[in-house]
Design a protein around this ligand. Structure first.
Ligand code: UDX
Length: 463
């Protein structure tokens, strides 16, 4: 069957083109999907990638790579704000579609080794690329890297404005949105960094990309969001909407190859020396930033909690600060008990027996990675989909809780103890283990995500 790649003789494999949005939280799931299609489906892969956050082809010898000029203004690239980058990149590609057409043509050029490209799998934010693909008759499938609930929120965006939920008013933040249970106004997809108009534009373009596509693959699984997926299938009304996550668990690839920063594997050796379930892992993803006062509170809150911790302090974690300095005296206080690194092999860290909790910013990848390993969470959110991810973590799956309001060391200390030692924590930890079993089931040989991948491979081979 399709699973062993047996339907096509090896010398005439079908090729699939993939084009991720060049941000860590979007690159990883796309590269994992590519890995699954390659290893399980026996498909050849060409990765299209931009100069901005370019991938290193030498780290993926099994894939072919084609660079695409992104035409990004230097100031937008340097600031690296995701909404601005998405709009600038699409605008530049729309202004010179010939550059995209040439890149696609070069990706499509047969090298005698394969049987021609079946389709292009694109990130939902790459409408400009999809437009060119349509012109040249290339089928596109969208990989949506967030949750099903998030996708429903995108589709509902015009309604959310018509009904006055958005743009949100301070006084209505805790008002429920009955059209999208269990979300409240504050949980809707929003950003503090870019303007609301820009965000609306990005979401309208995502919706257009989805509707123009031949189908959608999402990085979630049936048992995690059953009601959301069912509603979404009706709302999207496309030939297919496959829930094929958690993609990192389906793929045998490690993230090392697609990590934009070097992952410090020294922390795994350190974790080996720690007691089972004792360590709190702390990371706020690739984009979130805090001010220096908040950073101090996090540092001392962790130190004072008395728990072992592994903390990712990436460059720029503190706003406008290229290299972040730890507070004076901090390293002496935490000696042996705490480790600070610039970037972690996060999936391996969460799978380590020593890790008993995750303080996260609730990015979708981090959430799914934590759920996959049965690690309970403290959620400290910033923007975009993180509020709704945390809402599901706390109120639907019960595998963590939100740390709300001002960041203050005493509050942090209490939250860490609440998650790691107390009775309430015990229930949360137990539910996390139960949810991990559901992940294992969807990954079983006849599990829902395996079936979704098989369907996708069969679809590709039928083109
Ligand atoms: C962004 C948005 O913020 C997020 O809300 C959205 O869902 C996806 O795009 P990001 O903030 O980086 O992503 O968070 P997340 O989705 O959690 O992705 C981060 C990725 O980086 C994860 O796959 C994680 O494993 C990886 N990571 C993180 C590391 O490899 N090492 C680290 O030290 C921290």
């Amino acid at each position: 069957g399709a699973r062993d790649g047996g339907e096509q003789p090896r010398e005439r494999r079908r090729r699939v083109l993939v084009f991720p949005l060049p941000f860590q939280g979007h690159i990883d799931p796309m590269m994992h999907l590519a890995g699954v299609l390659h290893d399980r489906g026996g498909l050849a892969i060409t990765v299209l990638h931009t100069c901005f956050n370019a991938l290193d082809p030498a780290r993926h010898s099994e894939f072919r790579f084609v660079p695409v000029p992104d035409g990004m203004p230097a100031d937008v690239a340097a600031a690296g704000r995701i909404i601005d980058v998405i709009l600038a990149m699409n605008a530049a590609m729309e202004a010179s579609p010939a550059a995209v057409r040439d890149a696609l043509a070069s990706a499509l050029a047969e090298d005698g080794e394969d049987n021609g490209a079946a389709c292009l799998v694109i990130d939902a934010n790459l409408l400009a690329v999809q437009r060119v693909a349509r012109e040249i008759g290339l089928i596109t499938v969208v990989l949506r890297t967030g949750s099903a609930a998030c996708l429903r929120c995108f589709l509902a965006y015009p309604m959310l404005h018509e009904k006055g939920y958005l743009p949100s008013q301070e006084s209505q933040l805790y008002m429920p949105v009955p059209e999208l249970p269990p979300l409240r106004v504050r949980d809707l997809f929003q950003t503090k960094i870019s303007s609301h108009e820009m965000l609306c534009k990005v979401i309208a373009r995502i919706n257009e990309t989805l509707r123009n596509s031949s189908g959608v693959v999402t990085n979630t699984f049936e048992a995690l969001e059953p009601a959301e997926l069912e509603k979404l299938r009706g709302e999207l009304n496309l030939p297919f909407l496959l829930a094929a996550g958690p993609l990192h668990k389906l793929s045998s690839k490690k993230t090392t190859g697609s990590s934009l920063l070097d992952q410090d594997y020294g922390c795994i050796e350190w974790l080996d020396t720690q007691a089972s379930g004792s360590v709190l892992y702390v990371s706020f993803g690739s984009l979130a930033a805090m001010d220096s006062g908040e950073f101090m509170e996090v540092a001392w809150g962790l130190a004072n909690s008395g728990h072992p911790f592994l903390w990712v302090v990436r460059p720029k974690l503190v706003q406008d600060c290229d290299s972040v300095a730890l507070p004076e005296g901090f390293e002496d206080v935490i000696k042996g008990r705490g480790m600070v690194i610039q970037w972690a092999p996060q999936q391996e860290v969460l799978a380590h027996r020593a890790v008993g909790g995750f303080w996260t910013h609730s990015g979708w990848n981090s959430t799914l990675e934590s759920v996959s390993e049965g690690v309970p969470m403290i959620c400290r959110l910033n923007a975009v989909d993180q509020m709704m991810n945390a809402r599901y973590v706390e109120n639907v799956w019960g595998v963590g809780f939100e740390l709300e309001g001002e960041l203050e060391r005493g509050k942090i200390e209490n939250a860490v103890r609440r998650l790691m030692d107390e009775r309430e924590g015990a229930e949360i930890r137990e539910r996390a283990k139960v949810l991990r079993r559901k992940v294992a089931e969807c990954l079983d040989s006849s599990g829902s995500s395996q079936i979704a991948v098989d369907k996708f491979v069969s679809y590709i081979l039928s083109l």
